[in-house]
Ligand binder design. Structure first.
Ligand SMILES: Cc1cc2nc3c(=O)[nH]c(=O)nc-3n(C[C@H](O)[C@H](O)[C@H](O)COP(=O)(O)O)c2cc1C
Length: 405
């Protein structure tokens, strides 16, 4: 694998030598790109000797090979360690004033940034905003360790251990032999919020844990994963691109855009069926009346829209979720079967929900329904189990569909 190891000018630059060793010893071809500041900490001969290759450190050397474009385009993985405050800011704003920042803009492979800096710099609002921007864009910014910094001071900002950075980064590269390699899958997660006024919204109890577990397992199995995340506050799984949304209409837009080249779409998010008919641009004040009437209008049905757009095509395989409660009229499974019949999806994952049941919990029970001729069959009943186990069961069924279409 072709790895670009960027090194920016922090005191931890010497630790990148150990990271480089780890990559080369695993058989990877590593090109080191130090910034000018990094070369003041560790010199070019060290990088050249350890990588067995000339050190690429500026855009003006071997210009005929167009290094400012070639290195990024040819990389299977880019890792910057340490990533300085300055490097994070340049990357977030798309600056390209040296070879490393040019390479970050031309790379289309997973990019991992391992920050190292003083706590004040890491926690400064400018750095916090830059990290958020980079993560939104799918760049993998690791959280630094907490511990001893340059001097006697301690706190968050210490470079993660080289072996930890290596393991994290290598796990991001798609497994060419994974059962979902060369597949693009779209997963939605979380619960939508429908604004009423600047401070209030209609929401639901979905935490996003199941959707994030589905995205993580798909990435582990080699898929290119787009995770459309509605208001979930969870760590982004390695190798997953995240698109953040708030409302059901935004969720529909993001999923539909990502669906254009998808092989499978798993709709684990809980979109609101209804939204407020009006939005007040100022906070609604308490009036003298005891009652307040809020008129709701129906949101679009995202799964039905996806099924209609797909027409007669067998792909993408569409998986709907039915989070149901039983009532006087029907059981959870009866409601779920009726919903499956109505939606037209290929697979439906059913779970019973309620306060303390499924939502936000680490364990749950699911039933995976598939179409069986004109009827509905049960492909698997799984659990109680953790959400990663449930996710693996869902992908097993999706994979069977992908191999038969
Ligand atoms: C001794 C010393 C240690 C430094 N350590 C760090 C560091 O750990 N993290 C950081 O963000 N900047 C650190 N800096 C500041 C950077 O070197 C400086 O911002 C530089 O412009 C970064 O350039 P670069 O991002 O192009 O490598 C340090 C500077 C000095 C002199």
């Amino acid at each position: 694998m072709q790895i670009v190891l960027g090194v920016s000018g922090g005191i931890a630059a010497y630790k990148a030598c150990l990271l480089l060793r780890r990559f080369t010893e695993a058989g990877h071809d590593v090109t080191v790109i130090p910034t000018a500041a990094a070369l003041r900490f560790v010199g070019a001969p060290t990088w050249a000797a350890l990588s067995g290759k000339p050190v690429a450190d500026d855009v003006w050397t071997r210009v005929e090979e167009v290094p400012h474009v070639r290195l990024g385009k040819g990389a299977d993985l880019v890792v910057v360690a340490p990533a300085t405050t300055d490097l994070l800011a340049k990357a977030a704003h798309g600056l390209a004033d040296d070879l490393l920042t040019n390479t970050l803009l031309t790379a289309r492979c997973p990019v991992v940034l391992a920050p190292a800096m003083h706590t004040e710099m890491w926690q400064h609002p400018a750095t916090v905003a830059n990290v958020a921007t980079l993560r939104e864009r799918g760049v993998h910014v690791m959280d630094p360790d907490s511990g001893r910094l340059t001097g006697a001071d301690t706190g968050p900002g210490r470079l993660r251990a080289p072996e930890e950075i290596a393991d994290y980064a290598l796990a991001l590269v798609h497994r060419p032999d994974g059962p979902l390699s060369n597949r693009h899958v779209v997963v939605s997660a979380g619960g939508t919020r429908e604004p009423i006024d600047p401070v209030r919204f209609l929401g639901n109890r979905s935490s996003g844990k199941q959707g994030y577990a589905l995205a993580a397992v798909a990435a582990e199995r080699g898929a290119r994963v787009t995770l459309v995340s509605a208001n979930a506050d969870l760590p982004i799984p390695p190798g997953v691109r995240v698109v953040r949304v708030e409302t059901t209409v935004e969720l529909q837009r993001a999923v539909t855009a990502a669906a254009s080249d998808a092989d499978a779409i798993v709709m684990a998010a809980a979109p609101a069926d209804y939204r407020s008919a009006t939005y007040s641009d100022h906070k609604i004040k308490k009036s003298g009346d005891d009652d307040l009437t809020l008129r709701l209008v129906q949101n679009p049905d995202i799964v039905q829209g996806l099924v209609a757009d797909r027409g007669a095509c067998p792909t993408p395989v569409i998986v709907s979720f039915a989070a149901e409660t039983g009532d006087a009229e029907a059981s959870v499974m009866e409601h779920a079967r009726a919903k499956f019949a109505r939606k037209g999806s290929d697979i439906q994952v059913v779970n019973e929900v309620g306060p303390g049941v499924t939502f936000g919990q680490d364990q749950a029970v699911i039933h995976i329904l598939t179409r069986d001729g004109d009827g509905i069959g049960t492909a698997a009943d799984v659990g109680p189990a953790d959400k990663a186990t449930l996710a693996r069961a869902v992908w097993d069924v999706v994979q069977q569909h992908l191999h038969t279409v």
